[in-house]
Write a protein that binds this ligand. Structure first.
Ligand code: TYC
Length: 115
């Protein structure tokens, strides 16, 4: 976002940057970070543990050990954040996981929420 502000300056021509109108034009650039979204995996009673581990390795770039630990955490606690991404990346991950689970006929749920 660009915001411009005009300041009336004390002092006369020659000491400002505008050619002597007495109005300083200042441009401030505020760089806004894009909002981030958590991607969550939810526990259920039917999806095989090995399938969840595979999903975490395949779509979230985890090692087998990392994926196994996180899967167990979801199994015990009910859900866990598996990654934090921009809106578009989070949306894509959720869609890929949901599609992959559906194609294998597992009820695994993956959702996103604003951080
Ligand atoms: N609770 C499942 C079972 O006992 C395993 C599981 C873990 C399922 C994590 C989903 O997100 C999940 N087979």
């Amino acid at each position: 976002m660009i915001t411009g502000q005009a300041h009336i300056m004390a002092g006369g021509p020659g000491q400002d940057q505008d050619g002597g109108t007495g109005v300083k034009l200042e441009t401030r650039t505020k760089t806004q970070r894009p909002p981030l979204y958590k991607v969550l995996i939810l526990n259920d009673d039917y999806t095989p543990m090995e399938f969840v581990v595979h999903v975490l390795e395949r779509f979230f770039g985890m090692s087998h050990a990392q994926a196994f630990d996180l899967m167990l955490m979801v199994h015990k606690k009910g859900l866990a954040v598996v990654g934090v991404y921009s809106y578009e990346i989070a949306e894509t991950k959720v869609a890929l996981v949901m599609d992959f689970a559906q194609r294998h006929q597992h009820p695994l749920q993956c959702t996103m929420e604003k951080e």
